[in-house]
Design a protein around this ligand. Structure first.
Ligand code: XBP
Ligand code: MG
Length: 237
């Protein structure tokens, strides 16, 4: 089998966005709404167990202030908090404060030159993906990715396989000619659930996750070139 496409996760994989991006944006939205919720670095690590921002807010409320969910306007509040969070996050990304992880730009460039097809499978909101690609790779970077599966486009977020299955369908490729790049336990459960061989680059938040089934677990892509990726892919055969 020859590798035909690479499907990238976004948060934690393209860029280390969680601690200094999403977390900061959630806290800004909470403060703006007059809430005294503060997600510190350690607490946020626990909340990452749940993917999706709206789902994460609900998970926090369930655990830390369950009475809050009894408010009649709770659903609307979650929605508006999340919309405000997205605005803050996009602003942060636009300011250029969230760089790509080492080796990511080089691998994407090399893959494009080699004629590999590219996709994205993420639980984050589509606006966030657009902002990150533009801020880091340039105005036309979004067009490099033939299929961008993001956010609520599928109802069941990672670890469910749905988002990867959606991307496979868009690419019109079987799972076994693609390689997924992931950084988290929920991410690899999703990609492997869709049958896609998966390479992991771990982050500070995901180092202790269960990556069983990964082709390899790397600290980052700093020294990984496309021929290495192809070699890892061949392990899946
Ligand atoms: C990313 C996530 C997302 C972001 C927040 O996971 O879990 O929830 O933290 O995004 P993955 P939104 O890298 O596995 O896709 O607030 O836009 O939902
Ligand atoms: Mg991730």
């Amino acid at each position: 089998m020859t590798l035909q496409a690479i499907i990238f996760d976004v948060d934690g994989t393209l860029a280390d966005t969680e601690r200094d991006g999403h977390r900061v944006a959630f806290n800004a939205a909470f403060a703006e709404a007059g809430l005294d919720w503060n997600w510190d670095v350690a607490l946020y690590g626990e909340l990452l167990a749940v993917t999706g921002g709206k789902e994460r807010i609900r998970f926090y409320v369930e655990r830390h202030c369950p009475e809050f969910s009894k408010r009649p306007d709770f659903d609307a509040l979650v929605k508006s908090l999340h919309a405000a969070k997205t605005t803050h996050y996009v602003r942060l990304v636009d300011s250029g404060e969230l760089p790509l992880r080492p080796g990511v730009r080089a691998l994407i460039n090399e893959a494009r030159v080699a004629g590999l097809r590219l996709g994205i499978a993420t639980t984050t909101t589509p606006e966030n993906v657009t902002a990150l690609l533009r801020a880091t790779l340039g105005a036309d970077a979004e067009t490099w990715f033939e299929a961008i599966g993001a956010g609520d486009i599928v109802p069941a977020k990672k670890p469910a396989p749905d988002i990867y299955q959606w991307v496979l369908q868009r690419l019109n490729l079987p799972a076994n000619v693609c390689l997924a790049l992931e950084d988290s336990g929920n991410g690899i459960r999703s990609s492997l659930g869709a049958g896609i061989p998966t390479l992991v680059t771990e982050t500070d938040y995901t180092r202790d996750h269960d990556f069983s089934g990964a082709l390899a677990v790397l600290p980052d892509l700093a020294t990984t070139v496309l021929s290495d990726v192809r070699r890892y892919f061949d392990r899946a055969l």
